[in-house]
Design a protein. Structure first.
Length: 367
C-alpha cells in the first residue's frame, strides 16, 4: 500500500533507487565470490608449486626389484618408478641428492614394497638387510615333510638340524588352526627367495604363509564339504597318485565316493608313506603294514597328509568332479595315463592292463 503523504512520482523514484541498490549489492557479492574463488585457486597453486610427487609410505604389496649390474642411479630410479615402488623420478632424484651414501647401492635382486617414500626406498637399497635376495630355491610338489627338510637344507645351506628344531615346536610358524601344530602338508611347494639374514624359522614361515595365501585365493575352506584338514589329506593323496591335470578332480571323486560307501581306500601311496618306500607300487608284504597309514588295512583317511600338495591338487580336492567312479588305476607310468571304473568288473580289466604294462617294463613295478 502506498503512503498517501508521498507523491506517486516520488514513490516510483524510490522503487527505482531500491532496485538499483539491490543490483549493486548483487554485483558486489558476485565480484567478492569470484575474487575469493580466484584467490583460493591461486593460493592452492602457489602452495603446491614445485611440490614433488612422492608416496607417503610405508609401502603396500611386496615386489621383487632387479638392480642391473653397472646401473646408474638414474636407471635404478626408472626401474623403481616402473615397478611402482616410488611415485616419480623427481622424488627419487631428491632422495639421491639428500643421501650421501646413494652411490653405494649394489646390483642384485631386492624384496621391496610398492608405493614407498622415495627416501625409504633408497635407504633400503643402501642397507638391504633382509631385503636383498641371496638366492632362490624351489620346493617341488609331492614331497613328504622329511624330504622337504632335506631339500631345504641342501638348497638354502641352513643346517638340517635348525629346520628340525623349528618343526619340533612349530608354534612360531603360525600354522592354520586346523593343523593343530602338525606341519606335515603345510609347507607349500613353490619358488622362494632367501635373503641375507634368513633363518630356518623365517624360511619355513614363508612356506606356511604361502600355503595360507593360496588356500585363501582358491577359497579352500569355504569350498570344502569336509573339514579342511581332511580335504588337505585328500589333496596330498592326489598329488602322489596322479600327475596330469585332467585326472586330479576325478581321483578326488573316487576317494570321496569310497569314503561315503565305507570302502577301504586301498592306496599304494599311503603304504609307501607309511613304510618310507622309494617305489611307485607296493608288494604283498608292504601291504601287511600295521601303520594307520595303511589304507589296505584300515578304513577311512590316513591320520594326516602324505605329501605337500600344490595348488592344483588342493583345488581338485576341494572341488571334485561329479561322477560315480569307485576305482582308478594309472596304467602307464611313463605317460601317466589313468583309467577309471565304477564297478569291480571294469576295474579288473584296467588292473590287468596295468599288470601287462609292468610285465613289459621289468623293474618298474613292485607287485
Amino acid at each position: 500500500m502506498l503512503d498517501p503523504e508521498v507523491p506517486p512520482n516520488q514513490t516510483r523514484e524510490m522503487i527505482k533507487t531500491g532496485k538499483g541498490c539491490l543490483a549493486v549489492l548483487v554485483a558486489a557479492a558476485v565480484l567478492m565470490f569470484g575474487g575469493y574463488f580466484v584467490w583460493d585457486k591461486a593460493s592452492t597453486f602457489l602452495s603446491t608449486f614445485g611440490e614433488i610427487p612422492d608416496y607417503p609410505g610405508p609401502g603396500n604389496a611386496k615386489v621383487l626389484v632387479d638392480v642391473p649390474e653397472g646401473a646408474s642411479l638414474d636407471v635404478i630410479g626408472g626401474v623403481l618408478v616402473e615397478k611402482d615402488v616410488v611415485k616419480s623420478k623427481k622424488a627419487w632424484d631428491r632422495a639421491v641428492r639428500s643421501e650421501e651414501r646413494a652411490t653405494s647401492v649394489q646390483a642384485g635382486r631386492y624384496l621391496m614394497r610398492t608405493q614407498m617414500q622415495a627416501i625409504d626406498a633408497l635407504r633400503l637399497l643402501i642397507n638391504p638387510g633382509s631385503s636383498k635376495i641371496r638366492l632362490q630355491f624351489t620346493i617341488p610338489e609331492g614331497l613328504r615333510l622329511s624330504a622337504q627338510v632335506d631339500a631345504l637344507a641342501k638348497r638354502t645351506k641352513i643346517k638340517k638340524s635348525a629346520f628340525e628344531k623349528v618343526l619340533a615346536k612349530p608354534k612360531a610358524l603360525k600354522l592354520p588352526k586346523y593343523a593343530k601344530n602338525r606341519p606335515e602338508g603345510f609347507l607349500f611347494p613353490d619358488t622362494y627367495e632367501l635373503t641375507a639374514d634368513s633363518t630356518a624359522t623365517s624360511t619355513l614361515k614363508q612356506t606356511v604363509s604361502q600355503y595360507k595365501s593360496v588356500t585363501r585365493e582358491i577359497e579352500f575352506e569355504a569350498a570344502a564339504k569336509r573339514s579342511p584338514y581332511e580335504v588337505l589329506i585328500v589333496a596330498s593323496i592326489i598329488e602322489r597318485e596322479v600327475n596330469r591335470e585332467e585326472y586330479r578332480a576325478k581321483v578326488a571323486r573316487v576317494l570321496y565316493n569310497r569314503l561315503d560307501k565305507g570302502m577301504k581306500l586301498s592306496l599304494d601311496s599311503t603304504v609307501i608313506y607309511a613304510e618310507n618306500l622309494k617305489t611307485n607300487t607296493t608288494s604283498k608284504q608292504d601291504r601287511k603294514s600295521k601303520s594307520k597309514y595303511n589304507t589296505y588295512r584300515y578304513k577311512g583317511l590316513p591320520p594326516g597328509p602324505i605329501s605337500a600338495p600344490g595348488k592344483a591338487a588342493l583345488e581338485a580336492a576341494a572341488n571334485p568332479e561329479k561322477g560315480k567312479w569307485l576305482y582308478f588305476v594309472t596304467v602307464n607310468f611313463d605317460t601317466g595315463e589313468t583309467k577309471f571304473a565304477d564297478n569291480q568288473a571294469d576295474f579288473e580289466k584296467i588292473r590287468q592292463e596295468f599288470q601287462a604294462w609292468c610285465q613289459s617294463h621289468p623293474g618298474r613295478c613292485d607287485t
